[in-house]
Each structure stands twice: as structure tokens, then as C-alpha cells.
Ligand binder design. Structure first.
Ligand SMILES: CC(C)(COP(=O)(O)OP(=O)(O)OC[C@H]1O[C@@H](n2cnc3c(N)ncnc32)[C@H](O)[C@@H]1OP(=O)(O)O)[C@@H](O)C(=O)NCCC(=O)NCCS
Length: 193
């Protein structure tokens, strides 16, 4: 259950989670540190390079309990195309992280729904790479089973990529094409899909 508040804040009443949205460029140094610290704790690996890879207009969803950042994700604009079809505007999701002592309460799921409410009309689809599928399937994502290609940095061509993770897609408007088509993404800093 969401209640839209003022100043870009949403209060999610059932879980007493206050969700703030902030663009990457507007995050103060302290907020950046909070995010990397939360990601480091959630993933058990070093996320200190996160802000060197994100575009300035990345949109962070920050879920706080009693002021403490307990869950986070970030949305960035990507271009994706199926086969030789038109480029689609995708909201690409990264750094989905809930602190270990707050897991299993639906907090990451709440952020996914909030992301959907924010970008559902402006974007054609949502995409992310996941290590497991459960969470995302429950929120309407499907595993993409076709070959994946990534544009070169100068957009002069593409190269096939073989992901160890699972690529999940969720249409924001129209339905996805039949699995099996090639899916191409634009290049991004870090070079990952
Ligand atoms: C994944 C994660 C964000 C889920 O946060 P959460 O607030 O507990 O999520 P919810 O309560 O909304 O949903 C819990 C579901 O997430 C699933 N989940 C746990 N780890 C997951 C992962 N790495 N990828 C996808 N789903 C995951 C759980 O299996 C659970 O589903 P189940 O109840 O069917 O078992 C949290 O476990 C986490 O931070 N993990 C470490 C970082 C990570 O792997 N992030 C995801 C990268 S794709």
C-alpha cells in the first residue's frame, strides 16, 4: 500500500518503509557512501566503483526505516532492440540490495513496484541481470532466452555476450516478442550487459 507524500517521498505504510527517490547527480557524498555501504553489506562484495559507472541521471530508490537505508535499487535509461526492430526505451535496474537483517519482508519487491509506478508510462520495458529468478518472476519479469548482443562503445557494431547471470525482462506496455529473437543493448560504462 503506497501513500504519495511530498518532496519525492513515498510512505509504504504496511512495512513502515519510507521510500525516497533521488537522481545520481543530486546525491550528496554522504548518501553515496550510505548506498555503497548498503550494497557492500548486501552483496558481500565491493561496490565502491558504483558511482563511477552510473550516469548522472540514474534514479535511485532508497528505502529507509527509522532513517536507516535498508533497501535500494537504481534505474538507468538503456536502449534495447529485438532483432532488427525499433530501439525500445528500457529502465535498466541495478544494485538491488536489501540489508541481510531485513530480508524476506517484501522490501525489494516494494521497490520494484515503485519503479514500475515511476517508469511504467515513460519506458517500454524493464530489464536486469539476476543471479536468481524468484523475486523478479513474482513481479512480472520473465527470463529472456534468446541470444544477447552488446553494441560497441562507438555504436559501430555489436558483439555477442554470454551472461553467467539471467537476463530478466518485464514489459511496461506491450507484450514481449517471442523468446528466441536476438536482443541487443546499447553500450554502457563498464561494458556489461
Ligand atoms: C535479492 C534481495 C535484494 C531480496 O531482497 P528482499 O527485500 O529480501 O526481497 P523480497 O522480500 O521482496 O523477496 C524475497 C525473495 O527474493 C529472493 N532472492 C533472494 N536472493 C535473490 C537474488 N540474488 N536474486 C533474485 N532473487 C533473490 C528470495 O528467494 C525471495 O524469494 P522466495 O520468497 O521465493 O524465496 C536481497 O536478498 C539481497 O540484497 N541479496 C544480495 C544482493 C543480490 O543478490 N541482489 C540481487 C541482484 S539481482
Amino acid at each position: 500500500m503506497y501513500l504519495l507524500g511530498e518532496c519525492g517521498q513515498w510512505c509504504i505504510l504496511l512495512s513502515m518503509l519510507l521510500v525516497e527517490t533521488a537522481r545520481t547527480f543530486a546525491l550528496a557524498e554522504e548518501a553515496r557512501r550510505e548506498i555503497t555501504t548498503a550494497c557492500n553489506a548486501a552483496f558481500g562484495q565491493d561496490f565502491d566503483a558504483l558511482f563511477s559507472l552510473l550516469p548522472p541521471d540514474g534514479l535511485h530508490l532508497l528505502g529507509r526505516r527509522d532513517g536507516r537505508l535498508v533497501t535500494h535499487l537504481v534505474l538507468t535509461d538503456r536502449r534495447l532492440r529485438f532483432g532488427q526492430g525499433p530501439w525500445r526505451r528500457a529502465a535498466y535496474i541495478d544494485a538491488v540490495a536489501t540489508l541481510p537483517d531485513c530480508r524476506g519482508e517484501g522490501l525489494a519487491g516494494l521497490l520494484l513496484e515503485k519503479a514500475s509506478a515511476l517508469c511504467g508510462t515513460s519506458h517500454d520495458l524493464f530489464a536486469l541481470c539476476a543471479s536468481r529468478e524468484n523475486l523478479y518472476r513474482r513481479h512480472g519479469f520473465a527470463t529472456w532466452r534468446g541470444p544477447l548482443f552488446l553494441e560497441n562503445e562507438d555504436a559501430s557494431g555489436t558483439g555477442e555476450v554470454h551472461l553467467e547471470e539471467i537476463l530478466m525482462l518485464r514489459p511496461a506496455r506491450e507484450s514481449l516478442p517471442e523468446a528466441g529473437a536476438a536482443l541487443t543493448a546499447n553500450w554502457r560504462p563498464g561494458g556489461g550487459f
